[in-house]
Design a protein around this ligand. Structure first.
Ligand code: F0G
Length: 481
């Protein structure tokens, strides 16, 4: 249910009030140019004091509720047997119906354990789409990722409401080609991160389950972005429009053998974990938790965070809470489109995704189209987004660039953090940038790590375009920040 305005305006209404605030700093454009340069034109390396709106990610930066903060005060600190852990374990069983819960410090820690336990050299993991860390933990163990997304997934201006769906024919074909014995597991990612937060449907998940049963394969379900996916199922999948969020969640969880999540996203806190009903799988993974994460009743998480996750998971079952992110993203995407800015459609979860290929059609992928746009958006607005394109890939063994399927800039929407006027501000600055897009130029690496280079890599602008952009900003905006 959404609230309609008498005026006919279509804007999302926050169903919460703000009770704790943090002051923001918006440095002048000249400082933004300097800060971007100091950060090697990599938004990951900006310091938060230079950032006005931190839209890098929704990871670990979602606003907590009063109930979460209250729960954090009564956390039970102990190395073993903490009552806080029992509460979390019970909440996992209540919501997802999984008996065994293995705590871990964040999502990639779960991926490390899944990779070490199930992936051996030569094994293949088919999936709807990879996430950077999920792929890295498969390849580091000698496995390979086979993406079995539907062709429509890469169509950036689509009407398809479930672009995150697995292409069942491709899944079957890859299992037949590689042989079921060589498949480590099938991975489904809810709210597919790298193709723009696009959801999968329950119907598709059922079809994946059927294939897994047919070939006797495990279905591993990454539910880090489940909250957005649940909202989309509820609002886009006809058969579920009257189902409760809880029932949808349970149905999806029951279709998986193992599920794991980053609680930096799911549950509005910080942490992670793996859940299953199989004692055998639980026992296989258990020793790795104690080896890498910590004892089985905290797994690297603070008890305070575990309390917050327990409440946060409960709140994820509340449609009014989980609607805020997707509705704000939809609003931002619509407003940008009205101003001609190319964005990924339909609007997905996680953030508003800007199509850098169409925004900067004069910059080739080898000059990091999306990276250049992310740097330019920061200079124009003080808002930092994240490059999701060729910079986020890595070169092949011969040093040749792997060109990404798409060049996107993700302006993440941390849940319940920004107000609508702040979103209007960033829309306004991106629209200005779009009208001045010919001023933006390409970039080259000057320091390039081999693995996950987008985190630490440093680049330089190929020309003095950042300064020219700031000059034009001054001409157009005068004294304004
Ligand atoms: N799976 C998905 C779908 C993710 O989006 C992430 C993280 C992870 C796993 C790994 O979890 O960060 O807790 O180790 N995504 C973050 C992002 C980093 O910014 O999109 P983590």
């Amino acid at each position: 249910m959404t609230v309609s305005f008498y005026s006919g305006q279509q804007i999302p209404l926050e169903m919460h009030k703000v009770r704790i605030v943090q002051k923001l700093n918006l440095p002048p454009v000249e400082r933004r140019v300097e800060a971007m340069k100091e950060a090697g034109y990599n938004t990951f390396l900006l310091k938060n004091v230079d950032v006005f709106m931190d839209m890098l990610t929704d990871s670990g930066v979602n606003a907590m509720s009063d109930r979460q903060q209250a729960a954090m005060l009564e956390a039970d600190d102990s190395y073993a047997g903490s009552a806080t852990f029992t509460k979390l374990e019970q909440k996992i069983e209540e919501i997802f119906g999984k008996k065994y819960f293995l705590p871990a410090h964040q999502g990639r820690a779960c991926e490390n354990i899944l990779g070490q336990v199930y992936v051996t050299p030569g094994k293949v993991v088919p999936m709807n789409y990879h996430f950077t860390t999920s792929k890295a933990h498969i390849t580091v163990n000698g496995g390979t990722v086979e993406e079995v997304f539907k062709d429509e997934a890469l169509n950036l201006t689509s009407e398809d409401l479930f672009k995150g769906n697995v292409d069942i024919d491709k899944l079957v074909a890859i299992i037949e080609e590689k042989g079921a014995d060589n498949i480590a597991f099938v991975r489904v990612e809810s709210g597919t991160n790298l193709i723009g937060g696009q959801p999968h449907s329950v119907e598709n998940m059922k079809a994946v389950r059927k294939v897994c049963d047919q070939y006797n394969l495990k279905l591993v379900y990454d539910i880090s972005l489940l909250a957005d996916n649940l909202y989309f199922i509820k609002t886009r999948e006809d058969a579920y429009k009257d189902a409760s969020i809880r029932d949808i969640t349970r149905e999806l969880a029951d279709l998986s053998d193992i599920l794991y999540f980053s609680a930096r996203k799911l549950g509005f806190a910080r942490g992670g974990g793996i859940a299953t009903n199989s004692e055998e799988d639980y026992l296989r993974m258990r020793e790795f938790i104690t080896l890498y994460e910590g004892f089985l009743t905290y797994g690297g998480m603070s008890v305070r965070e575990m309390e917050a996750i327990t409440v946060g998971l409960d709140e994820t079952m509340d449609e009014e809470y989980i609607a805020q992110g997707p509705q704000f993203i939809q609003y931002m995407s619509d407003e940008l489109q009205k101003r001609g800015v190319p964005v990924v459609t339909p609007a997905g979860g996680l953030g508003c995704h800007i199509d850098a290929t169409r925004f900067l059609s004069h910059i080739p992928q080898e000059q990091y189209t999306a990276g250049a746009l992310a740097a330019a958006i920061y200079i124009a607005s003080g808002a930092r987004g994240m490059e999701r394109g060729t910079m986020s890939e890595q070169r092949d063994e011969n040093g040749v660039e792997t060109l990404a399927h798409m060049e996107l800039v993700r302006m993440a929407m941390p849940r319940r953090v920004f107000t609508l006027s702040q979103i209007n501000y960033v829309v306004d600055r991106i629209a200005w940038l779009y009208d001045n897009r010919e001023l933006i130029g390409g970039m080259k690496f000057v320091e390039e790590p081999k693995v996950l280079r987008f985190f630490f890599g440093k680049l330089d602008a190929l020309t003095d375009w950042p300064t020219q952009l700031a000059k034009k900003f001054r001409e157009d905006f005068g004294e304004s920040l």
